[in-house]
Design a protein around this ligand. Structure first.
Ligand SMILES: NC(=O)c1ccc[n+]([C@@H]2O[C@H](COP(=O)([O-])OP(=O)(O)OC[C@H]3O[C@@H](n4cnc5c(N)ncnc54)[C@H](OP(=O)(O)O)[C@@H]3O)[C@@H](O)[C@H]2O)c1
Length: 318
């Protein structure tokens, strides 16, 4: 099969499409023939080792000290079940599924194995594979943090970085919970963020949300800008900061605060079932920056590297 192989850290050009052996499903595993995958901010960060300050060594220990231990990147895949391993009962050949291998990666390939008990869900008939895969990364991350932050109806929630993969899902999911949502994005994306349900939009190039006198019950930051020290004055009593991305020292400094939620999201089957079901009900809209053929994966990495994609960059397989 063809896979995008990355056997050293570096710029987008280190990613090369090569022939590699097609995996076979082990006991309890499902083999998926890929129809669509994404290049997400996580892929680009690991590829370039562009990680929060202070976490370089930890990331190298996790992903490979001098070169990637798992040379095939890719967090998520959507496609058809091609075969199942012994003991698999919930899926069968031909089922349309979306799955995430999370930090185990391996989804930039024509065939991908996923544990039946892992993060895998059936794609509803009304949803395309491209839509389903575009919901995964941002949807699972947003659900993980909104749950841990116990975001509830009537709360005032600010999403810093409202136009990326995580932000576009967080805006919609917070709104769906009945929160009053403020999205922080550039003017170019204001209309989109409003159309996703944001009640208020702040242009980060023109206004600093930490200095506008507003108080929020929840500040979700995926831009590494909302250290606790910087935003505590913008929190209402009982307010929480959901630090999706942040440097090590400010994160440690804030970790004794009950008000701060940080760490890494682990996509689950529940997350995927929730996002595809909400999309089926037209509650959640997949936001797709661009769709490229798998052969153009280097171009996809370049787009993600700009830091200005809107939603997800999707790759399709012939
Ligand atoms: N902790 C976890 O488990 C976890 C999970 C997933 C992701 N993450 C991290 O979360 C971050 C967001 O991920 P993502 O996939 O959503 O990223 P993304 O899609 O690449 O984000 C791109 C968006 O960020 C916006 N942006 C850039 N600078 C901004 C600023 N100063 N203020 C507000 N918005 C700004 C851009 O809008 P403009 O073009 O208008 O600037 C663009 O639409 C990444 O750093 C990722 O590594 C962490």
């Amino acid at each position: 099969m063809k896979a995008a192989v990355c056997d050293r850290y570096g710029p987008p050009e280190v990613v090369q499409i090569r022939e590699v052996p097609t995996p076979a499903p082990a006991d309890g595993e499902v083999l998926i023939k890929a129809a669509a995958t994404t290049v997400n901010s996580g892929d680009a960060r690991v590829r370039a080792l562009r990680v929060p300050r202070g976490l370089g060594l930890a990331v190298r220990l996790r992903f490979g000290l001098t070169q990637p231990k798992q040379p095939i990147f890719g967090f998520e895949v959507a496609g058809q079940v091609e075969a199942v391993g012994t003991g698999v009962t919930r899926f069968q050949r031909g089922d349309r599924v979306v799955a995430s291998r999370g930090l185990d990666l391996g989804c930039h390939a024509e065939y991908v194995t996923v544990a039946e008990q892992g993060a895998i869900a059936t794609i509803p008939a009304t949803l395309t594979e491209q839509d389903a895969v575009a919901l995964c990364f941002g949807g699972a991350t947003a659900l993980h943090f909104l749950d841990r932050g116990q975001v509830a109806a009537g709360e005032n929630v600010l999403i810093n970085g409202a136009s990326g993969a995580v932000g576009t899902m967080a805006v919609q999911l917070a709104k769906h919970r009945g929160a009053e949502v403020t999205g922080v994005c550039s003017a170019a994306n204001a209309e989109l963020v409003r159309s996703l349900g944001a009640d208020h939009v702040i242009d980060y190039t023109a206004e600093d949300f930490t200095r506008n006198g507003q108080r929020y019950d929840v500040i979700l930051d995926n831009q590494g800008k909302a250290t606790y020290a910087r935003v505590k004055g913008s929190l209402a009593p009982g307010g929480r900061v959901l630090m999706i991305y942040g440097d090590l020292l400010p994160t440690i400094a804030a970790s004794w605060q009950k008000a701060v939620v940080s760490g890494t999201a682990r996509p689950t089957a529940d997350h995927l079932r929730t996002v595809v079901s909400l999309a089926e009900q037209s509650v959640l809209k997949p936001v797709i920056d661009s769709v490229l053929p798998f052969a153009q994966i280097v171009e996809a990495h370049r787009r993600v590297d700009t830091g200005h994609k809107v939603g997800s960059v999707v790759l399709t397989f012939a």
